[in-house]
Design a binder for this molecule. Structure first.
Ligand code: AMP
Ligand code: MG
Length: 301
């Protein structure tokens, strides 16, 4: 029993190592500089309003008279970095104190790593082709061992992935479209146009629509990546933050950077553990972690 479990975990760890090596090489080969992660900042991703977000709180700590926050994601820092150094990516540890009931989703952790990238002057289609190239290249590179089987064959990503708007998906599958649509596909697909955080750019030619996207894994596994063309205009950022009723004082240093000027960009981030889970075909994302970090479970060491 213990031996079987160790083999399973070892297989997941080997796959995670392969993924990390492939992702690092792929992004570096595509001109991205790898940044080391920021872990404490004065401001971090508010993670909302987004109907899919369910954290209990953001961790705040007083440090030498300043309130610092652990990273929900590095999106705010990415907007500064992409302006200052161009194409960047980070293997970014995120802490998200998800509600206990998220355990049942099979894909939520309270601590995970995001492969997070940003393209200056990028557009949606640039992110789509970058990600498709990455995933197709990954499965053709890693071999068959320990990979989920589909019709007796190891799963391989095949691009380009289909693109839908959330409006189409809602029409076809109802408001809770994600699981049903995911079950209905055997390759990932893109879902565009979600109403969510202020940093996702609104389509000015089509107000009320958003230039953002999720990549959804098939077979019921669900969300793989979220990203967007970013809002870079200082005034529009302020307006969107006001609409979201965000506490502006928390974002003062971010707004100061925005006032200096951001460049237009597009990017995204995908959870490394979710990719491992998907490719392994594991029942729960916690099963691919050496040190389980599952909401609602008291962790071991
Ligand atoms: P977000 O921008 O919040 O969608 O996060 C980006 C990506 O990180 C998601 O698409 C997931 O792949 C991954 N992710 C987000 N939250 C979690 C979580 N609680 N546990 C594991 N992975 C997550
Ligand atoms: Mg998301």
């Amino acid at each position: 029993m213990i031996e079987a479990q160790e083999t399973e975990l070892m297989g997941s760890l080997k796959l995670t190592s392969q993924i990390l090596r492939y992702v690092t090489n792929y992004l570096q080969d595509h001109g991205f500089l790898q940044m080391l992660p920021v872990m404490l900042g004065r401001s971090t991703d508010p993670l909302g309003p987004d109907p899919n977000s369910s954290i209990l709180k953001t961790i705040e700590v007083e440090y030498l008279g300043t309130t610092m926050r652990t990273m929900n994601s590095m999106i705010l820092h990415k907007q500064v970095a992409v302006r200052d150094v161009g194409r960047i990516f980070i293997l970014s540890p995120n802490i998200r104190l998800e509600k206990a009931d998220r355990k049942a989703s099979g894909r939520h952790l309270f601590e995970f790593t995001q492969a997070d990238f940003e393209i200056p002057y990028g557009k949606m289609k640039d992110v789509f082709s970058l990600m498709e190239g990455l995933l197709v290249g990954l499965t053709s590179h890693i071999g068959a061992e320990g990979i989920r089987k589909v019709d007796g064959e190891p799963f391989a990503f095949k691009g380009p992935f289909r693109v839908y708007s959330t409006h189409e998906l809602e029409e076809r599958y109802g408001e809770d479209w994600e699981y049903k649509a995911s079950m209905d596909h055997d390759q990932p697909f893109w879902a565009t146009c979600h109403r969510r955080e202020f940093y996702d750019r609104e389509d000015l030619e089509n107000p009320g629509h958003y230039l953002n996207y999720d990549l959804i894994y098939p077979f019921g596994v669900g969300e793989a990546l979220s990203g967007a063309e970013r809002e870079y205009d200082y005034q529009r950022i302020r307006t969107r933050m006001g609409k979201d009723k965000l506490a502006m004082d928390i974002y003062a240093s971010y707004l100061e950077e925005a006032r200096k000027g951001f460049v237009p960009s597009a990017g995204g981030g995908f959870g490394v553990e979710r990719l491992t889970r998907f490719l392994r075909g594991a029942a729960h994302i916690g099963d691919v972690q050496l040190f389980r970090r599952v909401p609602g479970e008291v962790p071991g060491i």
